[in-house]
Design a protein around this ligand. Structure first.
Ligand SMILES: Nc1nc2c(c(=O)[nH]1)N[C@H]1C(S)=C(S)[C@@H](COP(=O)(O)O)O[C@H]1N2
Ligand SMILES: [Mo]
Length: 167
């Protein structure tokens, strides 16, 4: 009887562990990269951590300057197979990026705005500010556009990056 009870509690422990791991994975924040991209992605913090880290200094909406850290937006799109540089010409100049947030807020960037072949300004998908993880209101991922005089495109709580093209 005792042995059976022991076996039962072992089994339920294993089952509970498996279920809680599955629930944790399902609740893990995801970033969708889709639309007209060669390889659509569902990225997690772990998959983004493989990209090179970049830091930029920028003034937020309240005028406070901070150092933001994350990955460059162009590298995230490259993960989905989007090509930049020489191949960003002709019809491909009609493509644009829609950044969408958890609250439905959206902002658009033209692809040349994020391409280092076109500009030295590095727009990032930040996950840290002055060394600290972004707050729940801002993160886990927020767009930071250095030098832009209005912060309307600093999309907080980014959930999706979608490439679209004009009709
Ligand atoms: N997800 C999300 N991001 C957003 C907005 C929003 O409504 N939702 N507002 C934008 C606008 S218009 C501005 S001015 C700044 C405001 O930054 P703050 O809310 O961090 O002060 O965030 C931008 N990012
Ligand atoms: Mo704003």
């Amino acid at each position: 009887m005792i042995r059976l009870g022991f076996r039962f509690s072992c089994a339920s422990f294993v089952l509970l562990s498996v279920v809680s791991i599955a629930v944790a994975q399902a609740n893990e924040p995801k970033l969708t990269v889709g639309g007209s991209v060669p390889q659509p992605q569902r990225l997690t913090a772990a998959s983004l951590s493989k990209l090179p880290r970049v830091t930029v200094k920028a003034k937020d909406h309240s005028g406070k300057e901070s150092t933001f850290e994350g990955v460059s937006l162009v590298e995230v799109l490259k993960l989905a197979g989007v090509q930049f540089g020489e191949s960003l010409r002709g019809k491909r100049l009609q493509e644009f990026l829609v950044v969408e947030a958890a609250d439905g807020y959206k902002a658009v960037f033209a692809l040349p705005e994020i391409d280092p072949a076109f500009t030295d300004r590095v727009i990032i998908l930040a996950d840290r500010r002055d060394g600290m993880r972004l707050t729940d209101k801002e993160g886990p991922w927020q767009i930071v556009v250095p030098g832009e005089k209005r912060q309307a495109r600093w999309v907080r709580q980014v959930v999706a990056l979608t490439v679209r093209t004009t009709s």
